[in-house]
Design a protein around this ligand. Structure first.
Ligand code: MLT
Length: 399
């Protein structure tokens, strides 16, 4: 009998967003006439922009003709897209080589897949609360996880503790779920800590395009020496509405190297290339053409126009919290509003109350870790009408 991976026994029975979907669908069956408004999973609602659609259409046409048809593409991504991403970073003041950029089907897969490159003996440092993928994938591999407390007291931005050693560190900024964003000085401390501990930072910047405050770093590579110790994951899901289209990218700098126990030189960039060429056949050509359009001047303007609409929704939510005197975080440089559950409730109870009484779906903070137990997350990704109606319904809970 093959032995199953018993680390799976240490996971919660279902992934956070599957559990939410299950509860919502049970409610829908029981109460088919009630209109539910979804501010739960961070899924976008605006359609892809004009430039992206144009580019997708013309790529489809290319696939219809023998002389422009494409079969397998480079596993790492087509040069046109890797160079477009490289230029995007350059415009934001970061120099990368195109072969440090790996195009993928999204940051979720890559933040999980990257664990292939690291020994199971490593100790992993993960904030609590956090995007559950980091915890679940390391649990699947059986790695030791040390949690660092992200609380209202530290603005949900935990800082390194020199008394704790870690080998792998997950940071997400702007943060999912709290919306908190590290500043330059804070990230400098993290880079310093990683270098002192020979650790690697796994930096998730999927929400970078929501940063409005120009002093806040949009990439870990805005920090000196970060290329020696950090891998960055990003995605077009939230930047340009690609949640269903699937395209992201991971930066694995060539400078992160190590001497193996047999004395040979190991490079994370080469290892990731080896992994991807073995286990991944690349993102579809059509999707990569659509993605490349995002990085054009017009494409960027369109993407920013979409983000402004989501920002207005975030404002509708945060204004409501202000009116009700509820303490919240995020919503300015992030699409998420993270607030303290009213009535002293725990987050899953508040989730059920919202669903049953006002038919608004959010995400219970406990799903992101124990420190989220009394917090709740709403997203700004629905449309304006629904967001406004959800907030009107929300206010009725207090009457
Ligand atoms: C979320 O709601 O936390 C995100 O949509 C999850 C994701 O990006 O995979």
């Amino acid at each position: 009998m093959a032995k199953f991976n018993e680390n799976y026994l240490n996971l919660k029975e279902s992934y956070l967003f599957s559990e939410i979907a299950k509860r919502v669908s049970a409610f829908e069956k029981a109460e088919p006439d009630k209109r539910i408004i979804r501010l739960g999973i961070g899924d976008v609602t605006l359609p892809l922009s004009g430039r992206v659609i144009e580019s997708l259409h013309s790529a489809v046409d290319e696939m219809s003709k023998a002389d422009t048809f494409k079969g397998y593409g480079p596993e790492q991504g087509y040069d046109f897209l890797r160079n477009a991403i490289k230029d995007y970073y350059k415009r934001n003041g970061v120099e990368l080589d195109a072969d440090e950029i790996f195009v993928s089907d999204g940051a979720k897969s890559d933040t999980g897949n990257i664990t292939d490159l690291f020994s199971v003996d490593n100790t992993v440092l993960i904030p609590d609360p956090v995007y559950p993928v980091y915890v679940d994938t390391n649990t699947m591999n059986g790695r030791k996880i040390i949690y660092m407390d992200a609380t209202a007291d530290n603005g949900f931005l935990p800082m390194p503790d020199p008394n704790i050693h870690a080998d792998m560190i997950y940071l997400c900024s702007p943060n999912n779920p709290t919306g908190a964003v590290y500043n330059k000085e804070q990230l400098e401390q993290w880079v310093e800590y990683a270098l002192a501990n020979d650790a690697v930072i796994l930096f998730d910047s999927a929400y970078e395009s929501f940063i409005q405050d120009k002093s806040l770093p949009r990439s870990i590579y805005a920090i000196k020496d970060a290329k020696k110790c950090a891998i960055e994951f990003c995605s077009l899901s939230k930047t340009a509405g690609f949640t269903g289209t699937r395209c992201g990218y991971t930066i694995v700098p060539k400078a992160i190297t190590q001497k193996a126990s047999n004395g040979s030189e190991m490079s994370l960039n080469k290892m990731w290339n080896r992994r991807q060429t073995t286990k991944f056949n690349g993102v579809p050509y059509i999707v990569q053409r659509g993605a490349a359009a995002v990085f054009t001047e017009e494409g960027m303007k369109e993407a920013q126009a979409m983000i402004s609409i989501y920002r207005e929704n975030a404002k509708i939510i945060s204004d409501t919290m202000d009116r009700l005197g509820i303490r919240y975080f995020g919503g300015v440089n992030s699409p998420y509003i993270w607030f303290e559950c009213p009535f002293g409730m725990e987050s899953w109870d508040f989730f059920d109350k919202m669903l049953n009484e006002i038919q608004v779906v959010g995400t219970p903070g406990a799903g992101f870790g124990a420190n989220g137990n009394n917090f709740f997350r709403l997203t700004s990704f629905n449309n304006k009408e629904n967001t406004a109606e959800a907030m009107e319904r929300f206010e009725t809970l207090f009457k």
